[in-house]
Design a binder for this molecule. Structure first.
Ligand SMILES: NC(=O)c1ccc[n+]([C@@H]2O[C@H](COP(=O)([O-])OP(=O)(O)OC[C@H]3O[C@@H](n4cnc5c(N)ncnc54)[C@H](OP(=O)(O)O)[C@@H]3O)[C@@H](O)[C@H]2O)c1
Length: 262
């Protein structure tokens, strides 16, 4: 299927590895030129090199720390030159630390709110006027199944991603008339560095060998395995395409059947 995405551009937050890079790869294969944002310059350079070799599309990239407001501001200014307009924004980034709901550290909540919500909103704010004027825009947020079925000890993820999804839902209605769609993807368990790190921490806490812990987690997914980042990327590429013009304000699980409810 031709997704009619050639010559489009995308800004991909957290695009140097994991789900963000999987989405970047799927989009680049459709002819989209991505701009990857993340902290580590070496990893960004390598990701851009690998993507170019893989897809023939040379991505832009820019180093930024979403947890540092000055760094975000510098990035927004730099992007005005790197990519004055964009068709697609992927709202993604690193996840929050493990934390139970009983522990409430106000400083941590403030930091994670600023990191997980504000940079997405600011980036969208910068590019939305152009998208509306050109009557085409795609805003796709990488959230989590945790906003439907909270995951134990990941209260920061469930609560703050719910807030961001609500913001997206509100935005979707405000801009639908201008050809801009806003959708939220709910990944289940994917093969990435973050999941490997969380598994290590949880296995150690539970006193279970890592491989055994991982097997248990995979068995808990009806599909019987973790997803590969590009399996989320395929859905993002479809949502980014003109073919998905009538899909907006949705939350779409990509989880191998993990969620129990609808
Ligand atoms: N993998 C899953 O199964 C899964 C499931 C549900 C939800 N999620 C969520 O989806 C998001 C992506 O997950 P992932 O598994 O792909 O994570 P990941 O492997 O840790 O990748 C995170 C990406 O974000 C960048 N990043 C992290 N912190 C950043 C910061 N402060 N400023 C700028 N860039 C930053 C990382 O690069 P640098 O480290 O170089 O900055 C990297 O490119 C996370 O929020 C995660 O919680 C993942």
């Amino acid at each position: 299927m031709d997704l009619h995405l050639q010559e489009r551009t995308a800004i991909i937050m957290g695009g140097s590895r994991g789900l963000g890079l999987g989405i970047a790869r799927s989009l680049a294969r459709e002819g989209v030129r991505p701009c990857l944002l993340a902290r580590d310059e070496n990893r960004l350079r390598q990701a851009a090199h690998d993507l170019a070799a893989d897809t023939g599309i040379t991505p832009h990239w820019h180093a930024v720390d979403f947890s540092a407001p000055d760094s975000v501001q510098t990035c927004l200014t730099a992007l005005q030159n790197i990519m004055p307009e964009t068709d697609i924004i992927i709202g993604n980034g690193g996840g929050p630390p493990l934390e139970p709901a009983t522990a409430c550290d106000p400083a941590l909540w403030q930091k994670e709110t600023a990191t997980m919500l504000l940079p997405v909103m600011q980036l969208v704010g910068q590019y939305l006027p152009g998208m509306r004027q050109r009557q085409f825009g795609r805003i796709i947020m990488v959230s989590s199944t945790s906003i439907v079925e909270p995951i134990p000890n990941l209260v920061l993820s469930s609560a703050l991603r719910s807030a961001l999804a609500s913001w997206g839902k509100t935005l979707a209605r405000e801009v639908a008339h201008d050809g801009v769609t806003v959708n939220t993807l709910l990944p289940g368990r994917f093969e990435t560095d973050r999941v490997a790190t969380l598994n290590r921490i949880r296995a150690e806490k539970a006193g279970i060998p890592l491989e055994e812990f991982r097997r248990q987690k995979e068995n808990g997914v009806p599909a019987g395995r973790y997803g590969q980042p590009e399996e989320l990327g395929h859905m993002a590429a479809f949502l980014a395409s003109p073919l998905a013009a009538y899909i907006t304000g949705t939350r779409i699980p990509v989880d191998g059947g993990l969620l129990h409810g609808f």
